[in-house]
Ligand binder design. Structure first.
Ligand code: COA
Length: 260
C-alpha cells in the first residue's frame, strides 16, 4: 500500500513506518493521523508483520506535535472530538495492537509526537533527541494521552513538572527517568531498534499478543489485571505456538513458531 505522508517498508517480519512530512517536522495533521490508522490497521492483521518500527523522516524530528495550524480555530466541541478521535484511531489503537511497536525517536518528540512515542510499546532515542509536552505554552493540555501515559512511565511528580513547565528533556534525562528504554547514536538508532525487533521475531507472536494484553490491563481502571493475566495465560495453552515452544524445548531444538 502507498501513502502520501508515510513511507512504509516490510523486511524480515518487521514493518518500518516513517512519517514523511519533514518540512513541517512531521507534525501530525489529519491526513497523517488517518494514514497512520490505515497502516497500523493493515499491520495488525498482516501475519508477516511481527514487529513495527515507527520513526520520523529527516534528522531533526520524530514528530514536533499535532499540527497547530489545523486546530488553532477549533471550538470546545471540535477540540474534544479531535482528542477522542486521535485516541481511538491512533494512540489507543497503537497501544493495544497485538504486536510490539518500537518508536525510534530521531529528534524532537514534542506534544503529540511524544504522545505518539509513548503509545508505542518500546522507545529508543537518538542522543540528539529532545522530548516534552509543551501544550500549556499554547494554552491547551496534552490531549493524545500525555497526561496519563507520561504519568504511568515516569511517575506523577516528574510528569506534572514536565507538563506544567513545558520543559523538554534530552535523551539522557529521558533514559534516567524511564521515558525511553535505550539511548543510542543517531546513526545507530534503527540498528538498535532492529536488534530489539530480531529478539521479538524469534519468539511466539501469539504469546507476545497475549502478554501485551495482560500488561495493558495493569493500567486499566476497573480491570483486574491479575484476572486478565490468568485468562491470557490459559489461552496460550490452546495454541500451536505453545505446543511448538514446549516440544522444541524438550527436544532441545529451536522453536519454529507459526503464530497460531
Ligand atoms: N504544528 C504545525 N507546524 C509545525 C509544528 C507543529 N506542531 N512544529 C513545527 N512546525 C512547522 C513550522 O511551522 C515550520 O513551518 P514553516 O517552515 O512552513 O514555517 C516548520 O515546521 C519548521 O519548524 P521551525 O519552527 O521553523 O523549526 P525550528 O528549528 O525553529 O524549531 C521546534 C523547532 C520543534 C522547537 C518548533 O518547531 C516548535 O516549537 N514546534 C511546535 C512544538 C509544539 O508546541 N508542539 C506541540 C503541539 S500540540
Amino acid at each position: 500500500m502507498s501513502y502520501e505522508n508515510l513511507l512504509t517498508e516490510k523486511k524480515n517480519h518487521t514493518l518500518y513506518i516513517t512519517i514523511n512530512r519533514a518540512s513541517k517536522l512531521n507534525a501530525l495533521n489529519k491526513a497523517v493521523l488517518s494514514e497512520l490508522h490505515e497502516a497500523f490497521s493493515a499491520a495488525a492483521t498482516d501475519k508477516e508483520v511481527q514487529a513495527i518500527i515507527l520513526t520520523g523522516d529527516g534528522s531533526k524530528a520524530f514528530v514536533a506535535g499535532a499540527d497547530i495550524s489545523e486546530f488553532a480555530h477549533f471550538s470546545v466541541e471540535e477540540g474534544k472530538r479531535l482528542s477522542a478521535e486521535g485516541h481511538r484511531l491512533v494512540f489507543d489503537f497503537i497501544a493495544n495492537i497485538g504486536k510490539p511497536v518500537i518508536a525510534a525517536i530521531n529528534g524532537f518528540a514534542l506534544g503529540g509526537g511524544l504522545e505518539l512515542a509513548m503509545s508505542c510499546h518500546i522507545r529508543v532515542a537518538s542522543d540528539n533527541a529532545k522530548m516534552g509536552l509543551p501544550e500549556v505554552s499554547l494554552g491547551v493540555i496534552p490531549g493524545y494521552g500525555g497526561t496519563q501515559r507520561l504519568t504511568q512511565l515516569v511517575g506523577k511528580g516528574k510528569a506534572l513538572e514536565m507538563i506544567v513547565t513545558a520543559d523538554m528533556v534530552d535523551a539522557q534525562e529521558a533514559y534516567r527517568i524511564g521515558l525511553v528504554n535505550h539511548v543510542t547514536t543517531a546513526e545507530g538508532l534503527i540498528a538498535k531498534c532492529e536488534e530489539i525487533a530480531a529478539k521479538i521475531i524469534s519468539k511466539s507472536p501469539v504469546a507476545i499478543s497475549h502478554a501485551i494484553k495482560a500488561l495493558n490491563a495493569s493500567l486499566q481502571d476497573g480491570v483486574n489485571g491479575f484476572e486478565v493475566e490468568i485468562d491470557e495465560f490459559g489461552k496460550c495453552f490452546g495454541t500451536a505456538d505453545f505446543k511448538e515452544g514446549t516440544t522444541a524445548f524438550l527436544e532441545k531444538r529451536k522453536a519454529a513458531f507459526k503464530g497460531e
